[in-house]
Design a protein around this ligand. Sequence first.
Ligand SMILES: NC(=O)c1ccc[n+]([C@@H]2O[C@H](COP(=O)([O-])OP(=O)(O)OC[C@H]3O[C@@H](n4cnc5c(N)ncnc54)[C@H](OP(=O)(O)O)[C@@H]3O)[C@@H](O)[C@H]2O)c1
Length: 303
Amino acid sequence: MQVTDAGERGMASSSSITAESVAVVTGASRGIGREVALGLARTGVRVVMVARDTPRLSQSAAHVSATASGAPVVALPADLSRMAEVRRLAAEISQRFPRIKVLLHGAAAILRERRQTQEGFEATFATNVMAPFLLTHLLLERLRAGAPSRVIFFYGGGRASFRLDDLMSARRYRGWTAYNQSKNADVMLMLELAQQLRRTGIAVNAVLPGIVNTEIIQGLPAPLRLVLKLMRPLLRTPSEGASAAIWAATAPELAGVSGKLFGSLAGNPRREFELPRAVRDPVRRQRLDAYLGEVTGITHRTA
Ligand SMILES: NC(=O)c1ccc[n+]([C@@H]2O[C@H](COP(=O)([O-])OP(=O)(O)OC[C@H]3O[C@@H](n4cnc5c(N)ncnc54)[C@H](OP(=O)(O)O)[C@@H]3O)[C@@H](O)[C@H]2O)c1
């Protein structure tokens, strides 16, 4: 299996996945992330699976390795709502793996009640936005060493509302709104990183998995949960939901493609979607980037 060029179109030459190639997948203990880990393990890459619940993560890692014919899999537990944990995780990954081919940000939560972490951040924003921002920046050297390499975010596809003046939902909290806001922030971050990393051989894209029958649905408001319950036979399986992400992580035809949203809705598994105008605004994107730099302590950008 080949993972080919990333970064600026035509810039890097193609390179094969080798035994040293590493793919880091967060949110890999269940749902879509676990299926992405399995799909990547089948390509021969060493998969580093990250999630919070240690026993469940270990079980999933064993399942992925066994299903992928004994593929090398590493389980690294970390609570990504805590930036100290993100830093500890990044240090361990950096120390153990010199080159990273794929970094896929699958971990996310929908929290019905507002929760503040011990570090003082709203937990949805911390897990879904701050952690991918911080982890990507802390692993940039390793992604650069693995270039052509790919960073992938998940988009939610919900309402494109976004309140830059209340990113931690301090004034008003609704779980579904906070989640949507975090997913919009993720694609703004994706666009910003794609721009900042355009000459590094690191491509950054996002995927839309469709509506997938996973545990995250339990965090939705009751009426939405009911609708999805009635629609259950129509929902995608985690394996179907993972297909766009696996493709975005490995497809040779995406060599050099960065700053795009791909998805698998409407029968076409490899469709490019236009991002909503609200998230494309470069000024808002830069404000978000500056804010994230401030709250995570990433002041010096190495790109
Ligand atoms: N399902 C859908 O319809 C849908 C639609 C659009 C986008 N997405 C996106 O797809 C991605 C995967 O979602 P999913 O549906 O597969 O959800 P899921 O089944 O609920 O899985 C979420 C994963 O995130 C991990 N996670 C949550 N909080 C964490 C934390 N604080 N620290 C570390 N790991 C944490 C969970 O691990 P633990 O159990 O260990 O906490 C789990 O592995 C998410 O980014 C989601 O936004 C899903």
